[in-house]
Ligand binder design. Structure first.
Ligand code: IPE
Ligand code: IPE
Ligand code: MG
Length: 238
């Protein structure tokens, strides 16, 4: 392969977010059920997380299930819940052994009780870690997250600033994503991190998520490193 390996001096994003799309199409192309795509997708997710921390990323957020995805057929959702039941604890244990704190972001009260328990147990095991983090977005919607923060602010009864409002997001206290990657050929955000994405660099890959390799992640990071982030200023001001 070569060519895309991360060289010294590369600007590594502190926070990478990934919209893991294309599991279903990847499986269909192989005449396999969608659940097979989700299984492969979960394996790939773990591999990419490990690789991201190994190259020096501090936060990884992955979009695993949107609020809107809850409208999918019951069998597909049950298949996803079974993956969590069977593999989540072991897989997250493996990644978080690097001193990574796990947070599940989204309205998990919409999930079966026993699945919620698996998620909460994994979160609790990592609560002692600081500085590195994984956010798994499950039953997550960007608009729902903003509305939730607005309601929390109303409960407090104080006017908000951008900073105080940010602290009410699920990702409060973390840097905003520097790089958002979407696999699966679509060029849209699908309600992901709408507040946090304000100045993220957006990278779209034609690869389906199960085939998005560690080298592909390196390639995205190298691309990111070549961007000029002006945050509204001119080149001369930077
Ligand atoms: C993304 O893959 C994973 C989830 C939304 C759970 P999809 O399931 O959307 O795969 P495609 O887009 O149908 O190929
Ligand atoms: C976005 O993928 C959500 C996740 C990857 C979890 P979708 O497959 O649900 O997005 P749309 O429906 O094509 O916009
Ligand atoms: Mg999709």
């Amino acid at each position: 392969m070569g060519g895309n390996k991360i060289k010294e001096g590369t600007n590594i994003p502190a926070h990478i977010a990934i919209i893991m799309d294309g599991n279903g199409r990847w499986a269909k192309k192989r005449l396999m059920p969608r659940s097979f795509g989700h299984r492969q997708g979960m394996e790939r997710m773990v591999g990419l997380m490990e690789h991201a921390f190994d190259v020096g990323v501090s936060y990884v957020t992955v979009y695993a299930l949107s609020t809107e995805n809850l409208k999918r057929p019951k069998e597909e959702l049950e298949g996803l819940y079974n993956l969590i039941r069977k593999h989540f604890t072991e897989y997250m244990g493996r990644v978080c052994a690097r001193g990574v704190r796990l947070r599940v972001i989204g309205d998990i009260s919409l999930l079966p009780e026993d699945v919620q328990e698996v998620l909460r147990d994994s979160e609790a095991k990592t609560a002692c870690y600081e500085g590195k983090g994984i956010n798994i977005a499950l039953c997550y919607g960007g608009r729902a997250e903003i509305v939730r923060a607005a309601n929390l602010a109303i409960e407090r009864g104080e006017a908000v600033t951008e900073e105080s409002f940010d602290s009410l997001m699920y990702t409060g206290g973390q840097p905003d994503p520097d790089l958002i990657i979407r696999t699966g050929k679509e060029v849209r955000l699908s309600n992901f991190l709408l507040w946090q994405a304000a100045y993220a660099e957006l990278y779209f890959s034609d690869k389906m998520f199960p085939e998005f390799s560690d080298r592909d992640l390196d390639k995205a990071i190298v691309w990111f490193s070549g961007r000029t982030r002006r945050f509204g200023k001119t080149d001369e001001q930077l």
